[in-house]
Design a protein around this ligand. Structure first.
Ligand code: PLP
Ligand code: ZN
Length: 416
C-alpha cells in the first residue's frame, strides 16, 4: 500500500483517487491529500529524517509523491537563525528568522511547492506545466520546468516588477501578461485549466503543490531542536503557506516526533491588500475580497483561495493578524531586517518583519517566548520597492584628499 491513499474533500470528506483534480464534485470544497498515517508512522522517526539529505526531501515520506523526487532536488533546508540584534531592537529575547530568501534555486519558499508539484506533474505524465503567479511562483515554475525538460506557460498580472518578469523569461518560459490583477489572472487560468491539458501547479494539481509548504514547518521544528515555537508570523497571499506550516507541526506531533505544538499562528499582510487581517481584526467569519493596492505584489491577492482555512488556523491556534502600510513594510521591515541582521528580503518579508514589530509592540507576542519570523523571499527581486528610500552613494576622486573631504563629518574617526 502506498503512503498516499488519494485525495479527500476538506469540507464533506468525500474520497477521490490520486488525480490532477482539486474540487469536490459534490460540495465544491477543495481537495487535499489523504495519507496512510499508519504506514508512515512505522517508517518515520527523528533518526530517519536526520539521516536524509540536507534538503526538503529529508521529509519525502510526508510528501505526496509516489516515486523518488525528480524535480527540485536541492530545495529547502534553509537557515533558521536567532535574530539577536533584531531582537534587541524590538525588545524581544527569543526571536528567530527562517530564511527562505536563500532557497535553492529561485530564492523564495515557492521552490518547495514547485519541487513537489513538478515531480507530481511528471508522475501524471504531463509535458507542459503552467501557473497563475504574483512573481515568485513564476520564477520557480520556469526554473524547475527548464531543469525537468518540461514546457512552461506562466500567467502574470501585467504590472509585475521587472526583476520577476526577467527572472521568468530567462529560463525560456512562455510568459503571458494578463491585463488585470492576480485574482483575474487566476480566474483566467481556472478556465484555461479546463481547456488545455497542462498541469497548472496552483490550480488542478494544487492539493499536491500545497503540501510542499509543510516542509517549512517541519524544518522550523527540527532546527529548533525538535520543538515547535510559541509564535510564527507568516506572510499571507493565497493563504496556503500559513495553513500548511501549522499542519506540518501538528503532523510531527501526531507521529510522536515533537510534543503537542502550542504555536500561535499570525498572518501578515500589506494594508493595501489585507482581506485576511481585516477579517480577523473585525472579528468576522467571512472574508470580503478586496482590490489590491500595494507595492507588495508577491502577496497582493484580494480573494485568497485558502482564506477561510487561514482564518480558522489563526483562530484555532490563538493567533492574530495584522497589516502594515507600504512605508512601514520598507522602513520597519525590509530596511530594519537588512540593517539588523544582514538579510535582504523582498516586500513580503518586509511585511512580515514589520507586522512582527507591531505585534510585539501591541503585547500580542510576549517578549520572551520563542518567535519565528517567516522570511519567504529575496530582496534583489524587488529593488524598486526600496530604491527611493536609501541614502545616496558617496562620490570621490581617486585621491586621499578628496576621500577625506567626502568622509569628513560622516564617519567619525575615519581620518587619522
Ligand atoms: C507566494 C508568497 C507568499 C504567500 O504564500 P501563500 O501560500 O500564497 O499565502 C509569501 N511570501 C512570498 C515571498 C511569496 O512568494
Ligand atoms: Zn465535498
Amino acid at each position: 500500500m502506498s503512503k498516499v491513499i488519494g485525495l479527500r474533500c476538506r469540507e464533506c470528506g468525500e474520497s477521490y483517487p490520486k488525480e490532477p483534480i482539486h474540487v469536490c464534485e459534490f460540495c465544491f470544497g477543495p481537495l487535499e491529500v489523504a495519507y496512510n498515517w499508519e504506514e508512515i508512522r512505522e517508517s518515520v522517526s527523528r533518526d530517519s529524517i536526520e539521516a536524509g539529505p540536507r534538503t526538503m526531501w529529508r521529509y519525502v515520506d510526508l510528501l505526496p509523491i509516489d516515486g523518488e523526487p525528480t524535480v527540485g532536488l536541492y530545495a529547502g533546508y534553509t537557515p533558521l537563525f536567532k535574530a539577536e540584534q533584531l531582537g534587541r531592537i524590538l525588545g524581544h529575547s527569543d526571536l528567530w528568522v527562517k530564511n527562505d530568501s536563500v532557497n535553492h534555486p529561485t530564492l523564495s519558499f515557492k521552490d518547495r511547492v514547485v519541487a513537489v508539484a513538478l515531480t507530481k506533474a511528471k508522475e501524471f505524465g504531463y509535458d507542459t506545466v503552467a501557473c497563475a503567479s504574483t512573481g515568485n511562483l513564476a520564477n520557480s515554475v520556469a526554473a524547475h520546468a527548464a531543469q525537468a525538460g518540461l514546457r512552461a506557460v506562466i500567467f502574470i498580472p501585467s504590472d509585475l516588477g521587472p526583476s520577476k518578469v526577467l527572472g521568468t523569461l530567462v529560463y525560456g518560459a512562455t510568459v503571458v501578461a494578463v491585463d488585470g490583477n492576480y485574482d483575474e489572472v487566476n480566474r483566467l487560468c481556472s478556465e484555461a485549466a479546463g481547456k488545455y491539458r497542462w498541469a497548472f501547479v496552483n490550480i488542478n494539481i494544487r492539493p499536491f503543490y500545497g503540501d510542499g509548504s509543510k516542509t517549512y514547518g517541519y524544518e522550523i521544528a527540527e532546527q529548533l531542536g525538535w520543538r515547535a515555537p510559541k509564535h510564527i508570523v507568516v506572510p499571507v497571499g493565497g493563504a496556503s503557506l500559513i495553513t500548511k506550516i501549522y499542519k506540518g507541526l501538528n503532523e510531527l506531533h501526531d507521529l510522536g516526533i515533537i510534543e503537542k505544538p502550542e504555536t500561535r499562528m499570525y498572518g501578515a499582510q500589506a494594508s493595501g491588500c489585507a482581506p485576511v487581517s481585516t477579517t480577523v481584526k473585525e472579528g468576522h467569519e467571512v472574508i470580503r475580497p478586496v482590490k489590491p493596492d500595494t507595492i507588495d505584489k508577491s502577496i497582493a491577492i484580494g480573494n485568497p483561495a485558502d482564506g477561510y482555512y487561514a482564518l480558522s488556523t489563526i483562530t484555532k491556534s490563538g493567533g492574530w493578524a495584522e497589516d502594515v502600510s507600504d512605508e512601514e513594510l520598507v522602513e520597519d521591515g525590509i530596511k530594519l531586517l537588512a540593517c539588523a541582521e544582514g538579510v535582504f528580503t523582498e516586500t513580503a518579508g518586509g511585511v512580515t518583519v514589520a507586522v512582527t514589530k507591531k505585534l510585539i509592540e501591541q503585547g500580542r507576542i510576549p517578549k520572551d517566548e520563542t518567535t519565528v519570523i517567516a522570511v519567504t523571499g529575496q530582496g534583489l527581486k524587488t529593488t524598486e520597492a526600496v530604491a527611493e528610500r536609501l541614502p545616496s552613494v558617496l562620490h570621490t576622486k581617486p585621491n586621499l584628499a578628496s576621500l577625506n573631504e567626502v568622509l569628513s563629518g560622516l564617519v567619525a574617526g575615519a581620518a587619522v
